[in-house]
Ligand binder design. Structure first.
Ligand code: P6P
Length: 358
């Protein structure tokens, strides 16, 4: 027998097979179809992967490249100071998708209105909604940042460019995920058939399957929240925080960058909260390109995402940059936070009944 007749041992065979499981192949395997829509989804995910690679390349050299760090001096539609990396990453997504023939619009945290693909470019039937760099305050201190994305089909013609068809609930998402720019660059996605993680192999320039069918634990030790806002919260949220302070088995982890905090909870279990405050009941995080994509993903992994009163996936935004409170993670931990909200509301209603009118 020649060497070629000798089968590789299973470990080597597995390693080769895994290195060949690229993102585009995985999408087609998921769908078990080569239909036009399956090919579209595979191509869309491939484009997102290309954007992630281009952004990762700049992030890993940010300290060495002119004009990569720091602020632009402008504020975005959110009223937030815009970082140079925000602008760069936003433009990368536009450049990667403009000639793809896959999308008709790109809606981004960084743009007041969606970017409509110019008429001299091929127009597709999908919209990409994205936060190009989430947690950009971490860029200048070399801590993890991320990108969050969702894909929706265009519904109707949107001839007046008001993008009204985007103002629908999260069930209209056909794919969603995030890119985590950390010690390694990971892309975690779902097309409604489970949650799967890919790790960028810089030596190949490819995202390679690293974890398939991720399931979030029913309960976990982590609670992730900015406790600096404690005195701005409703009493019910303060009561939840008092509870986890006083009970064993909880640990606080908060990175100030949503994607990293969610990634930890996806793998270890627990809950992330960005509640509304008395002054801003709607909270800080944006529904269409932060909370809804993450809700889609976490639900696919067996978790939950809630505003505290409603499933995030059911929320219908009134505007493109609508915000919602966000409580997301393990089923049991999200339910525990909600129980404090429901208990507080019940006590308030009881008090109102007992308090004589007039
Ligand atoms: P705070 C980053 O600006 C971001 O949008 C999320 O990535 C992060 O979870 C949150 O805001 C942090 O906000 O108010 O705690 O600094």
């Amino acid at each position: 027998m020649t060497d070629m007749d000798q089968p590789l041992d299973l470990d080597h065979q597995y390693a080769i097979d895994r290195d060949c499981t690229t993102l585009s192949r995985h999408v087609l395997q998921q769908l078990q179809s080569f239909s036009a829509e399956a090919q579209d989804l595979s191509a869309l995910m491939n484009r997102i992967a290309l954007a992630a690679k281009l952004i990762a390349r700049r992030l890993t050299r940010a300290g060495l490249v002119e004009d990569a760090l720091g602020f632009t001096g402008r504020t975005n539609v959110q009223g937030e100071s815009v970082k140079k990396m925000d602008v760069f990453a936003n433009q990368v997504f536009i450049s990667v998708f403009e000639q793809s023939g896959l999308v008709c619009r790109l809606a981004s945290e960084e743009m007041d209105q969606p970017y409509y693909i110019p008429e001299n470019c091929p127009i597709g039937r999908y919209t990409l909604l994205y936060d190009p760099i989430d947690g950009s305050s971490n860029v200048d201190i070399n801590l993890n940042v991320g990108a969050i994305f969702a894909i929706r089909r265009q519904e109707g013609e949107d001839l007046d460019h008001t993008a009204q068809d985007l103002l629908q609930d999260g069930h209209r998402q056909i794919a969603a995920g995030y890119v985590l720019y950390g010690p390694s660059t990971m892309l975690v996605y779902s097309i409604g058939k489970g949650v799967h993680a890919f790790t960028l192999d810089p030596s190949l320039g490819e995202f390679i399957l690293s974890t398939e069918n991720i399931r979030i634990p029913e309960h976990g030790p982590v609670y992730s929240v900015n406790e600096g806002n404690f005195w701005q919260w409703e009493e019910s949220i303060r009561n939840y925080i008092r509870y986890v302070h006083r009970h064993d088995g909880y640990t606080a982890r908060y990175g100030g960058a949503l994607v990293g905090d969610i990634h930890r909870i996806l793998f270890q279990g627990g809950v992330f909260l960005y509640p509304g405050t008395v002054k801003k009941p709607e909270g800080k995080l944006r529904l269409l390109y932060e909370s809804a994509p993450l809700a889609f993903l976490v639900e696919q992994a067996g978790g939950r995402a809630s505003t505290g009163m409603q499933e995030i996936m059911d929320v219908i935004p009134d505007k493109l940059h609508a915000r919602t409170p966000l409580i997301i993670g393990s089923k049991e931990d999200v339910a525990l936070v909600e129980s404090f909200i429901q208990e507080h509301d019940r006590a308030q209603r009881e008090q109102e009944i007992l308090t004589p009118k007039g």
